[in-house]
Every structure is written in C-alpha cells, then in structure tokens.
Design a protein around this ligand. Structure first.
Ligand SMILES: NC(=O)c1ccc[n+]([C@@H]2O[C@H](COP(=O)([O-])OP(=O)(O)OC[C@H]3O[C@@H](n4cnc5c(N)ncnc54)[C@H](O)[C@@H]3O)[C@@H](O)[C@H]2O)c1
Length: 294
C-alpha cells in the first residue's frame, strides 16, 4: 500500500487525508496540535491513518508528501528541510501553498529538484483542480510524478508554464474578492446579496464554461472578437480597490450573515459539500465517496 505523509491537520490537510485515504493510500498525518488524536477520530474514522507530532518519523518511508502547514515562509522552510532529510530521493515533496513561489520554498533546500507546488482548491477532496507549479529547480520527473498522483486521485492537475505569486487560481480570485469588498464598502450591495448574485450568475456560468469560452458565446457567432469591440469597448470605468483600513466593517457584515464558530462552520461546510456533490457528476467530474457527513 502506497504511503502519503500529510503535513498539517488543518482545513486542507484533513481534506487531503480523506482524499488519499479513500483512494487506498496509507496516510501519515503530522501536526504539533494537541487535539490531533481527536481530529483523527472525528474526521478520519474508517481510513488507514496514523498521526504524530514527529514530522521526521511521519516522513520516513513515505512515497509522496503533501504539505499543508501554515502559510508562513519560515515554517515552510523548516518543514521542507526536515522532509528533505527524512525522505527517499525519489519522493515528491508537494506544497499546498496558496501563493508562495516554489523557488522560495525550495531555496537552499538540498531536495529542491523534488519540491513542487500542488495547490488544491478547498476542499481538495471535492474540487477537481490541483494547480501544479514547478520552480526553476523542480525536475521534470517530479512534475510528472505529481501529475500522475493527482490524476490517480481523480483530480484535474493543471501544470503552469512558469511560477508566479498566487499562481492562476488565486490571482483571479484576488481580483474578484477585492472588487466584491470594494462594492460592499461603497454601499452598492450587501454581503448576502453579493453572494446570491454570484451564485445565480458567474458561479453557475463558470462551472460550465470558462471565461474565454464564455466570451465566444457572449459575442454570438462573431465570437469574443465581437464582444470585445462591442460590449467590452464600453467597460472603461475604474474598478477601485478595497479600503484596508475599513475591512473590519465588511468582516462584521460577513459574520453577521453566516455566523461564527464550530456549529456555523459545520453547517456551511455541509451545505457547500452537498451542493458541490450534486453538481460534480452531471458536469462530468468524479464524485469521491463521502468519508463522513460534515
Ligand atoms: N484554506 C484554504 O482555503 C486553502 C486552500 C488551498 C491551499 N491552502 C494552503 O494549504 C495550507 C494549509 O492551509 P489551511 O487553511 O489548512 O491552514 P490551517 O491553519 O487550517 O492549518 C494549518 C495546520 O498546520 C499546523 N502546523 C503548524 N505548524 C506545523 C508544523 N511545524 N508542522 C506541521 N503542521 C504544523 C497547524 O497546527 C494547523 O493544524 C497553506 O499553505 C494554505 O495556503 C489553503
């Protein structure tokens, strides 16, 4: 049985653990958090999972490593130094990082050729995409092996041609989220209406066609070339940016709309997972087995 070491048992690490576990991998989960045994019992029951705070022990014997620790360079540096020392020299060390350059994560690391970003969208167990981002020192073999492992998990791995901060998914998401915050701050719309607006339009559209494909359709038979010169030519307004000094007011409104704490999180996650599962199969994506009801 192939062994995966997952570093970090937070939102992303636990979801990776369910995905790998359900696909038949033996999972070794490493995290210094004191409630690690309870997480395994509550969220990963029925899977072949062992958990420890000893990263070196968790890494030795691994066939693949998926890091999902804190998004802080000094922590990534320490974790990847330990991983380099305690894994075989054919083992891919993939980071789930959301925006950090693989070249920075790998800087000074003796296993730089084995380090690659494998960035999932939350939750990795359901969202099909994994962005595979090599740094300049990442070997072709590492990229190929990472793509192969993610495909084996039923994912759609997409390899970027070169590294860039935030990769592609989060660069697009940042522009979008910044504009959403700006519109709420400008008093144009409230938080819940903006979410409904997106679910009823762009969310649904982008689950079925991508932005360029949508551009072809928006322009009719003359395609995106027509859309750009026609409708697009009038989109000349300034889009503005969020006022970071007033971000707290928007966060208050978000918390008021959705609640906070474990019960609110569980309710929102359950609704998201239920809706996501309902659209995956009709859209042609694999639907992984539910490991537990959120
Ligand atoms: N949350 C998201 O939507 C999302 C999506 C895609 C990728 N990511 C990326 O995944 C990674 C994890 O994010 P998250 O949201 O799960 O964070 P999180 O805060 O939920 O979990 C991080 C976990 O790392 C643990 N940790 C701290 N120090 C550690 C160490 N030295 N070794 C092992 N574990 C350690 C913490 O105890 C915590 O359980 C980050 O790199 C993040 O950028 C997050």
């Amino acid at each position: 049985m192939a062994v995966v070491t997952i570093v970090g048992a937070g939102v992303i690490g636990v979801s990776w653990a369910r995905l790998f576990g359900a696909a038949g991998w033996e999972v070794r989960l490493s995290d210094p958090r004191p409630d690690l045994p309870e997480i395994v019992l509550r969220d990963l029951s029925g899977l072949r999972v062992t958990a420890t705070d000893d990263l070196a022990a968790a890494a030795s014997g691994a066939d693949f490593v998926q890091e999902a620790g804190p998004e802080r360079m000094p922590v990534k540096e320490t974790v990847f130094a330990t991983l380099a020392e305690h894994t075989r020299d054919d083992v891919v060390l993939a980071s789930s990082s959301s925006s950090l350059l693989p070249s920075l994560i790998a800087a000074g690391n003796p296993a730089a050729d084995r380090i690659v970003v494998g960035h999932p969208f939350n939750p990795p167990e359901l969202m099909p995409l994994v962005e595979v981002v090599p740094g300049p020192d990442t070997s072709a073999r590492t990229v190929e092996r990472a793509m192969e492992v993610y495909r084996g998990l039923g994912k759609l791995p997409i390899r970027l041609k070169k590294e860039i901060p935030g990769y592609v998914g989060n660069r697009l998401q940042k522009v979008f989220t910044d504009q959403a915050i700006h519109l709420v701050q400008e008093g144009v719309i409230d938080v819940a209406d903006l979410d409904d607006l997106v679910r009823a339009s762009l969310g649904l559209r982008w689950a079925t066609v991508g932005p360029f494909e949508s551009g072809m359709l928006g322009g009719g038979p003359a395609g995106m070339r027509h859309l750009v010169t026609h409708v697009g030519s009038q989109l000349t307004f300034e889009t503005g940016t969020p006022d970071q000094a007033r971000i707290g007011e928007v966060l208050d409104e978000v918390e008021e709309a959705y609640g906070t704490g474990v019960a609110a999180y569980d309710r929102l996650a359950e609704l998201r997972d239920e809706r996501t599962r309902a659209v995956l199969e009709p859209l042609g994506w694999p639907v992984p087995p539910a490991v537990r009801d959120h």
